[in-house]
Ligand binder design. Structure first.
Ligand SMILES: Cc1cc2nc3c(=O)[nH]c(=O)nc-3n(C[C@H](O)[C@H](O)[C@H](O)COP(=O)(O)O)c2cc1C
Length: 314
């Protein structure tokens, strides 16, 4: 019989049955995927970002495919906090997996309102603060680009909630290590790296932007090496656990993230290509660990740092 591999990982006090999560905004609240894949095998599900009230999102077109990526400008389209609590959370709560709710807003007060309300819900395992959305006019990326403001926000949320808080960051910042350290000092329990990166495409026939919002966020394999470096830098800068995301297409990308320092990984754009892609990634990782003679997936976290004799936090 094949030896059992321990797939459990911890993001601070948040325990995940395995390191494979699905990323915010790429999996809705899971319902649409239920008939295609076994949701109960996920390491965790990160919901679409939730704002205090309903948001219609950006004007169409909202998606543009590049040779190895996707530019989206969905904006924060969602039905708002109350509808989320009534319509989505009961379904999510029945899945028996950690549910991480992504929180967004146009002002710091929006984040505080949504976070404090959600923290009262048993079904919510953790909160992920989206401090890095590249395609909204107010809020979003601007938080991440004002590190002091982002840190104040994280601190205020942490003072009001008793759930683990993940800070979702962008790589489009002037100094990622400094930002990561500020997040740690503010009390964040983990970092999610990276959000999609600001990008633009222009139609040569019309000389106009391809997207209704002009600017969108680039995701998919195009950003994977950048995201690996972001995780590498964050691992060196802080002792916080990291969720690595950006262009995971197969198990090798996931293992790469873990070796760079991620404790868990997120799968985003791949969900649109293959609804069961995340499960193939998980199975591929397990097979790799078995073949290499590992007994625990956590042995991979920061492995490249150790191979190079560098100081890592694990
Ligand atoms: C269509 C789409 C919508 C997204 N919506 C959100 C969102 O609401 N909140 C958020 O934090 N990230 C959002 N993201 C970013 C992803 O969660 C993820 O950080 C990013 O896409 C990188 O991972 P990937 O390359 O595997 O897609 C979205 C990404 C895509 C492609």
């Amino acid at each position: 019989m094949a030896p059992e591999i321990d797939l459990q990982v911890r993001l601070g006090t948040l325990e995940l049955p395995n390191p494979v999560l699905v990323c915010s905004g790429t999996f809705g609240c899971g319902r649409e995927y239920a008939e295609w894949t076994e949701l109960e095998k996920l390491g965790g599900l990160v919901t679409k970002s939730v704002t205090p009230g309903p948001v219609t999102g950006n004007p169409p077109p909202r998606l543009w495919e590049t040779p190895c990526g996707l530019i989206n400008s969905i904006g924060w389209e969602n039905d708002g906090l109350e509808r989320f609590l009534e319509d989505e959370l009961p379904f999510l709560g029945c899945l028996g997996i950690p549910i991480i709710v992504s929180v967004a807003g146009f002002t710091p007060q929006d984040y505080l309102l949504v976070s404090t309300r959600l923290s009262r819900e048993r079904e919510v395992a953790a909160l992920e603060l989206n401090l890095s959305c590249p395609n909204v006019e107010r809020g979003g990326l601007s938080f991440c680009q004002s590190p002091a403001e982002a840190a104040r926000l994280v601190k205020e949320v942490k003072e009001r909630v008793d759930k683990p808080v993940l800070a979702k960051l962008s790589y489009r910042v002037s100094d990622l290590p400094v930002l990561c350290r500020l997040m740690e000092r503010a009390g964040a329990d983990a970092l999610s790296l990276v959000n999609s990166l600001p990008a633009m495409a222009i139609d040569p026939e019309t000389a106009l932007p391809r997207l209704g919002n002009w600017v969108g966020g680039l995701s998919g394999p195009a950003i994977h090496p950048l995201a690996v470096l972001a995780v590498w830098e964050a691992f060196t800068a802080t002792s916080l656990p990291i969720v690595g995301m950006g262009g995971v297409w197969d198990w090798k990308d996931a293992v790469e993230f873990m070796m760079a320092g991620a404790t868990a990984i997120g799968i985003g754009t791949l969900n649109f290509r293959d609804p069961a892609g995340w499960l193939k990634v998980l199975e591929g990782m397990e097979e790799y660990l078995r073949r290499q003679g590992y007994s625990r997936v956590e042995e991979l976290v920061g492995l490249t740092h150790r191979r190079l004799g560098l100081m890592g936090h694990n």
